[in-house]
Ligand binder design. Sequence first.
Ligand code: ASP
Length: 442
Amino acid sequence: MIVAKFGGSSVADAGQFKKVRAIVEANADRKVIVVSAAGKSDSEAIKVTDLLIEVEKLRDAGEDYMPVYNHIQSRFVGIRDALGLKVGIETDLQKIAKQIPNCSHDYLVSRGEFLTAKLMADFLGYQFIDAARFLVFDQNGVNYGESINRLRDFLSYDDHIVVPGFYGVDEDGLTHLMPRGGSDISGALLANFVDADLYENWTDVSGIKMADPRIINNSRKITELTYEELQELSYMGISVFQEEAIQPAKEKQIPIAILNTNHPEEDGTLVVDSANSNAHQLVTGIAGKKDYVVISIQKYQLNKRLDVMAKVFSVIQKFGVKFDYVPAGTDSVQFLAKRTDVDGKLMAIVNSLKSACDLDSVKLEKNIAMVAAVSSQLSKRPAIAGKILDLLDNSQIKIHLVVQEGSDIKVVFGVANSDYEKTIEKIYRSAAVSATRLKMVI
Ligand code: ASP
């Protein structure tokens, strides 16, 4: 069985709905369909989810939200009419309208998925199943056992269903919204619950590129990568697939295919378990983020000075800052945070470290970009990291730091913000392509 999730642009208008139906009908195994809310299209500049957020803002400011809500209503009625469907979507729209003055954020913002799924179910001739009937969240996150039990109660193997993504229900029966892009998570959870053979994630791109296409024109596509590699790339900012959607598929080793609704004939990217991976490329993907700050502290034999480290951590705790990386050496530790996470407190942190911790020195570097090269080959051939380092050195890119701890499938280089694009380009270009493997040409 295949669970197929269609993103916002795939369900943005009647024309996109027709593409979805053609895809669904092309394979009888596509029995569980998950949809996002209607997204942007040529004629619609704003996603329904963002329009609903706007409705909420206006409501909370005591302003008239009806013009925005009317626009949402006409989008759904328009899709319904253009598809010649009979489903009485007006009843749902009116019910929601009545609830807007008093309903919760989660309920209101989830209505885009609810309405889109209702239309899609009717269009496909599949059964509409509200995620609120089975997808249960408790204080620890998704309650798998309870969710699967509830789903089993009304779903048999041969059912064909459409489920709205992005939300479920809490233990008190109230709507529980997931993070933005959460329909990917819903799809992965459904795939897990029904033990799917494949989880298809239909988007508007034909898979994941090896490097950001805004930096690398015509970047190669990643044909196959492992769950862990995707996790690392998502953490470093690639946004094709919601990071939290990996785990539910990984847990049951369900392959994830990232495909393009507008070009279903194109192969996308396949995400698999490392044991089943055929890929041997030396660098699978490159991703990064700008605007980090680095606080470097120095003390002779710091690694033995637990008393000093205790003081350092108490300063950090006091400011409640989340550091993304903390590489350490014998005499030094570096703390890396996104600039936005330390804005306003940076100087105070540095001053407290200087005055309260008995350190030899405290240094601050700003405008640092972190660039990660990700590859499961790195764990088997750590020399790859050294080769990349040489390459960057030869290109006169100043490396401020290298982080290779934690996951052994990525190496992260800290460079100046102004060298960010050049660094990605150098690593990318150095991976010369042969039919089945990429060789570092340095
Ligand atoms: N509609 C939601 C969003 O825009 C969830 C999703 O698309 O997955 O974030």
